[in-house]
Write a protein that binds this ligand. Structure first.
Ligand code: HSE
Length: 312
C-alpha cells in the first residue's frame, strides 16, 4: 500500500442543458483535491477540509468522501486492516451546480483505489461514487460522478444497472461557465421540478437529446447548437438563478452556440467553439452580474478528457 497520494478530480457540467440526469461533461477547471495518507491504525478519518467555509462535516461517518472510502474498504474486506487520513481541499463552491460533491467523492475513491494498488477498475468504482451522490443530495444520479471519473462526455443510458456510454468530444468545444454566488442546493433544485411533463415537451426534449448525441458524433456544431435546449427543467429552475435570462441573452448575442443551467444551478454554461469568444462571454456575464451587485466566478474550459489524476 502507498503511504500518501494526492488526487485532483474535475468539476462537471451535468445535464448538458437538454439531458437531465443522463448527460454530463468534465471541465479542466475547477476541481477538488484529496490528500490521503496511510495511518498505523485501521479506520478512516478526516484531518482537514479547506475551501468549504466550515460547511462540511469532519465526522468521518457523516462526510460523503470518508463514508464512501469506508464503503469501499468494507467491500474489499479491508476495514479492519487499512487506515487512512484524508485532507479535502475544495476549489469550487458547494451548491454551485458544478458537481462539487461529485468531484470530492471521485477524488477520494480514486485516491483510496490508488493507495491500494488499483484493485478496482473505474467501472467498478462508479457505483461507490453514485452512492456518494445519494448521500450528498438524496438522489443517486450519475451525470456528475461519471464524467468526473471517466473524463470526457458521458451518456448514462440507464441507472439500474448503470449503463454508461462515452460520447465523442468535438475538438473545438469550449465551455464558458459562470457561477453567480447564490446557493442553490441540488436537493432543493430537484424538489422544485415537476414530476409530470407534457408529451409535446417530452417529444421536443428527446428530439434535442438525440440531436445532441448525433451532433457530437458528426462534430456538427450547428446541430449541437440547435439541440442544446431545455424545455423541461430550465423554465422552473431559472427562477432560482438571478439574471438568468439576461445572461442567456448576452451569451447568445455574443456568439454562444447554446446557453443553459449547469447541473442544478446556479452556475450557467455557454457552449462555444472558440476560446476567445468563451472568455469574452464569461467577462460580459460577470460584468453584468457585478452591476447587479452579484459576485461571481468564471471559468473557460475545454472538455477534460482525462478525469481524475494523481498530482504528486
Ligand atoms: N442531473 C442533476 C440535476 C445534476 O440536474 O439535478 C445535479 O448536479
Amino acid at each position: 500500500m502507498l503511504t500518501e497520494v494526492r488526487v485532483f478530480a474535475p468539476a462537471t457540467v451535468a445535464n448538458m442543458i437538454c439531458g437531465f440526469d443522463i448527460l454530463g461533461f468534465a471541465l479542466e477547471e475547477p476541481g477538488d483535491e484529496v490528500i490521503m495518507r496511510k495511518t498505523s491504525s485501521p479506520g478512516v478519518i478526516i484531518t482537514k477540509i479547506t475551501g468549504d467555509d466550515g460547511r462540511l462535516p469532519l465526522d468521518a461517518d457523516k462526510n460523503t468522501v470518508s463514508a464512501c472510502v469506508q464503503f469501499l474498504l468494507q467491500h474489499l474486506g479491508l476495514q479492519h486492516d487499512v487506515g487512512v487520513e484524508i485532507e479535502l481541499h475544495k476549489h469550487m463552491p458547494i451548491g454551485s451546480g458544478l458537481g462539487s460533491s461529485a468531484a470530492s467523492t471521485v477524488a477520494g475513491l480514486y485516491a483510496i483505489n490508488k493507495m491500494l494498488g488499483d484493485p478496482l477498475s473505474k467501472e467498478e468504482l462508479l457505483p461507490f461514487c453514485v452512492e456518494g451522490e445519494r448521500l450528498a443530495c438524496g438522489h443517486g444520479h450519475a451525470d456528475n460522478v461519471a464524467p468526473s471519473l471517466f473524463g470526457g462526455i458521458t451518456l448514462i443510458r440507464g441507472n439500474d444497472p448503470l449503463d454508461l456510454i462515452p460520447l465523442p468530444v468535438p475538438q473545438e468545444l469550449i465551455a464558458s461557465v459562470v457561477f453567480p454566488q447564490v446557493d442553490v442546493p441540488t436537493r432543493d433544485a430537484r424538489q422544485l421540478i415537476k414530476e409530470k411533463v407534457f408529451l409535446k415537451d417530452a417529444v421536443t426534449q428527446w428530439g434535442n437529446i438525440a440531436g445532441l448525441v448525433a451532433g457530437l458524433f458528426k462534430e456538427d456544431y450547428d446541430l449541437i447548437a440547435r439541440s442544446m435546449q431545455d424545455v423541461l427543467i430550465e423554465p422552473t429552475r431559472a427562477i432560482l438563478i438571478p439574471q438568468f435570462y439576461e445572461m442567456k441573452k448576452i451569451a447568445l448575442e455574443n456568439g454562444a452556440l447554446s446557453f443553459g443551467i449547469s447541473g442544478s444551478g446556479p452556475s450557467v454554461v455557454a457552449i462555444t467553439k472558440d476560446r476567445d469568444k468563451a472568455r469574452h462571454i464569461t467577462d460580459l456575464i460577470q460584468a453584468h452580474l457585478s452591476v447587479s451587485e452579484i459576485e461571481s466566478f468564471g471559468y473557460v474550459s475545454a472538455v477534460n478528457v482525462e478525469g481524475p489524476k494523481v498530482l504528486n
